[in-house]
Ligand binder design. Structure first.
Ligand code: FA5
Length: 339
């Protein structure tokens, strides 16, 4: 082969290989170009081996330079394309692994209220729907509001029904953690003239040992209606309307005779679940004349009814929780079930 032919063959192998390299779409293609061009048995390798057959030293030098230049050009083209392909592959991988942070930001993990708070808020909603207003009173009470004004004078045996926690303040045995929400009845009647249609939810305290249905700190919702001509039928009708609105139309209620010093007559309020089981939820009755007298209302002119339900027990029944203590362990795995 003449020197000119060799240089021409080198240039043509170089041009074919660089064009193929820049069009290659995979590393395998680049390796194949290397094999057929710059490798020992490739086109340029074979031409290099033929250098020895040139006789003139000048020819060898010129042809050798041309071959070296061709190999360098092809190697550079393959290297450049290899880096491009690697960059594209990395971008593809990044795109595949990309986390869409806007999706996470759009759906933040939200908590929810405790089931007792849920029941408390639902109770308020149901009673507001029945035309009641909502009031609250203090958790630390005087003996007068918690007992005396509710027709339980000092040494009244009914005081023993509530295991009272007294507070070291003022005269011993006069300031206490309220044992029920009934003192708020007195506060409401002192503050506003009848007609009164009020519910009063709140936290109450008793020296009760915790068990499946008792806690020393629990919640009640008190109800008070004072108007002219209110009868026991109004009480029963309100309780039945509440039962259906809160628990559902397949629940019903009954009143069972009972005793509370601040109502006369008094009753226990039970609900019947769709399975036919009866559950006691609270006490109720017609406001006792002595309670009206304690707040300066004339029992001949005004009549009314009152009730007090345990909110924790309602939440327990609504969600089918077996033990009240479960609800207050603070275990997030318990609370998470009731979103
Ligand atoms: C009362 O507290 C009366 N004040 C209710 C009342 C109001 C009667 C107005 C008449 C007129 P009693 O002690 O039964 O009543 O409690 C009422 C309800 O609170 C109970 O039926 C029960 O549902 C709930 N309860 C009582 N003790 C506990 C406790 N330790 N833990 C959880 N719930 C309790």
């Amino acid at each position: 082969m003449s020197v000119d032919a060799l240089i021409e063959a080198a240039a043509s192998a170089r041009d074919e290989a660089t064009a193929a390299a820049s069009a290659a779409t995979s590393l395998e293609e680049l390796r194949a170009i290397e094999a057929r061009t710059t490798a020992k048995k490739g086109a340029l390798g074979v031409l290099k081996a033929g250098l020895g057959k040139l006789e003139a030293a000048d020819d060898k030098r010129v042809a050798g330079q041309a071959l070296n230049e061709a190999v360098a050009t092809v190697t550079a083209a393959i290297g450049a394309r290899e880096r491009e392909l690697a960059g594209a592959a990395r971008e593809l991988q990044l795109a595949a692994e990309r986390i869409d942070l806007t999706e996470i930001a759009a759906r933040p993990r939200r908590g929810h209220t405790h089931i007792v708070t849920q029941a408390w808020e639902r109770l308020e909603d149901v009673f507001v729907g029945l035309g009641f207003q909502v009031a609250e009173g203090p958790e630390v009470e005087s003996d007068w509001y918690n007992f005396e004004a509710l027709n339980m004078p000092e040494s009244h045996p009914a005081r023993g029904d509530w295991d009272t926690l007294f507070v070291e303040h003022g005269e011993p045995g006069t300031v206490l953690l309220r044992t029920h929400t009934s003192p708020v009845q007195i506060r409401v009647m002192e503050q506003q003239p009848p007609p009164i249609y009020m519910v009063m939810p709140g936290r109450v305290f008793r020296r009760d040992t915790p068990d499946a249905t008792h806690m020393p700190v629990f919640h009640q919702i008190e109800g008070l209606v004072v108007d002219r001509g209110i009868t026991m039928a109004d009480l029963a009708g309100t309780i039945e309307a509440f039962t259906k609105a809160f628990f559902g139309s397949d629940f019903t209620s009954r009143l069972r005779p009972s005793y509370f010093p601040f109502t006369e007559p008094s009753a226990e309020f039970d609900i019947r679940t769709p399975t036919g089981a009866w559950l006691e939820l609270g006490g109720c009755g017609m406001v006792h004349p002595n309670v009206f007298r304690a707040v300066g209302l004339d029992p001949e002119e005004w009549s009314g009814f009152a009730f007090g339900f345990g909110i924790d027990r309602m939440a327990k029944e609504r969600h089918g929780v077996g033990d009240l203590r479960e609800m207050f362990t603070g275990d997030i795995r318990f609370s998470e079930q009731f979103s």
